[in-house]
Design a protein. Structure first.
Length: 162
C-alpha cells in the first residue's frame, strides 16, 4: 500500500507545471493576465452573470465595461439577425473567468466568426464560409454541395422472369 502511494506521489510530482492546477491562496486561484505589450483588449478576463434572454442581449452584457461596443446590424453580416435572435443558452449564464474574445466566440459557436474593428472598438460576427447558405454558382459551398456523380435519369432494365 505504501509503495502504491509513493508511486502516485511520484507521478504527481513529475507532471509539468503547465498541467498542474493553479495555486490556491486562501481558497482563491490567482489568475494572471498576459503582459500589456502582447495583450489585446479582447484578451481581458471577464466575469459576468448573463441575464439576457437572447444572444444579442448576452453579448451586450459581456461587452459592458470592456470598452467595446456591438456594431450596428446594418453594418454587420446580413445574416446576423439569425444569431442575435437565438435564445441565450442556459449553460453559459455564468461566464468567466475567461478572455472576452474567447467568451464571444464560444457563445456564437463554430458557424460564426468574430469580427473586430479595433479602430472604432466594435465587434460583430459573420457567418463562417463553410456555413453560408447562398448557393451561388462557383461558391465553395455550392461546389461542395454538388453531387460528385450526376443522378441516374432512369433505372437500368432488369430481365423479367416469367
Amino acid at each position: 500500500m505504501l509503495k502504491v502511494a509513493f508511486w502516485g506521489l511520484a507521478v504527481v510530482l513529475a507532471l509539468p507545471a503547465s498541467q498542474a492546477a493553479p495555486p490556491l491562496h486562501s481558497g482563491y486561484a490567482i489568475i494572471t493576465e498576459p503582459p500589456a505589450a502582447t495583450a489585446t483588449d479582447l484578451a481581458q478576463t471577464i466575469y459576468v452573470e448573463v441575464r439576457g434572454r437572447k444572444v444579442r442581449e448576452g453579448v451586450l452584457e459581456m461587452l459592458r465595461g470592456t470598452g467595446y461596443r456591438l456594431a450596428s446590424e446594418e453594418a454587420a453580416d446580413p445574416e446576423i439577425g439569425r444569431l442575435y435572435g437565438q435564445p441565450y443558452p442556459e449553460s453559459q449564464r455564468a461566464v468567466g473567468p475567461i478572455e472576452l474574445g474567447a467568451a464571444l466566440e464560444r457563445l456564437a459557436g463554430p458557424a460564426w466568426q468574430l469580427v473586430v474593428d479595433p479602430v472604432n472598438r466594435l465587434v460583430s460576427f459573420e457567418v463562417h464560409p463553410a456555413y453560408r447558405t447562398d448557393r451561388a454558382a462557383g461558391s465553395p459551398v455550392a461546389e461542395a454541395a454538388a453531387p460528385a456523380v450526376p443522378p441516374a435519369t432512369s433505372w437500368p432494365e432488369t430481365p423479367r422472369h416469367r
